[in-house]
Design a binder for this molecule. Structure first.
Ligand SMILES: CC(C)(COP(=O)(O)OP(=O)(O)OC[C@H]1O[C@@H](n2cnc3c(N)ncnc32)[C@H](O)[C@@H]1OP(=O)(O)O)[C@@H](O)C(=O)NCCC(=O)NCCS
Length: 187
């Protein structure tokens, strides 16, 4: 029988990893894919601690690489379950890069992973309720509720756009864009 409820603090997880030269791209900065893989790992660790089961990644939101990470920096990823539904959990991840020599810490990104707990038959499994122990826990839970709502509205609007779009009628929209129409014979 899984726990009925668990506090946010019980599953909070941090992973720290040194950025070694083999993680770098041709420009000498750390590959986005390396950071994404670390985010996925910490999201898994945090969500499976809360759920007490195996979890899968369903969706990734707000991953933006606005500040490059350098070789030699220590990257720490702090993960926390921000919200739980029935089987889904939204895990917030704060990514920080620390320059060891001058002790500066930069916040490089905050992103959100939706994870779903699975039972032994690979079906979504109910997760424990979340005990909110601080004002920050409450704020993050409410923000996640809004984020879910906004995302679902965006998805509906995108579906509308896709279902009503007729390429020939929409050509006008492209006039000011930096593209050139050069159709080849289409089958
Ligand atoms: C995600 C998955 C579990 C959904 O399974 P399903 O049988 O459709 O189950 P449900 O419709 O009951 O959804 C389960 C939960 O996932 C959530 N969910 C489903 N699709 C979602 C999406 N696109 N974004 C966010 N949450 C989603 C549902 O809201 C539900 O949450 P709740 O239980 O808290 O209400 C299933 O599609 C899956 O296993 N996907 C593969 C995941 C994977 O392999 N990831 C590895 C990375 S490639």
């Amino acid at each position: 029988m899984p726990d009925a409820a668990k506090p946010v603090s019980k599953s909070q997880t941090t992973i720290t990893e040194l950025m070694i030269p083999s993680y770098a791209n041709f420009g000498g900065k750390i590959h986005g894919g390396i950071l994404l893989s670390l985010m996925d790992k910490v999201a898994y660790a945090c969500s499976s601690k809360h759920a007490g089961t195996y979890c899968v990644t369903v969706s990734v939101d707000r991953v933006e690489f606005l500040k490059p990470v350098e070789v030699g920096e220590l990257v720490s990823l702090h993960a926390s379950v921000n919200y739980v539904g029935r089987s889904s959990m939204i895990v917030g991840i704060r990514v920080e890069a620390e320059h060891v020599k001058n002790s500066t810490v930069r916040h490089t990104n905050s992103c959100y992973f939706t994870m779903v707990a699975k039972d032994d038959h690979d079906k979504p499994a109910e997760v424990p309720k979340l005990i909110l122990e601080t004002h920050n826990d409450v704020r993050r839970f409410i923000e996640a509720m809004h984020m879910k709502e906004i995302k679902s509205r965006i998805n509906e609007q995108l579906d509308d756009v896709k279902s009503t779009l007729h390429v020939n009628e929409a050509m006008e929209l492209l006039k000011k864009e930096r593209c050139i129409i050069a159709f080849k014979d289409e089958e």
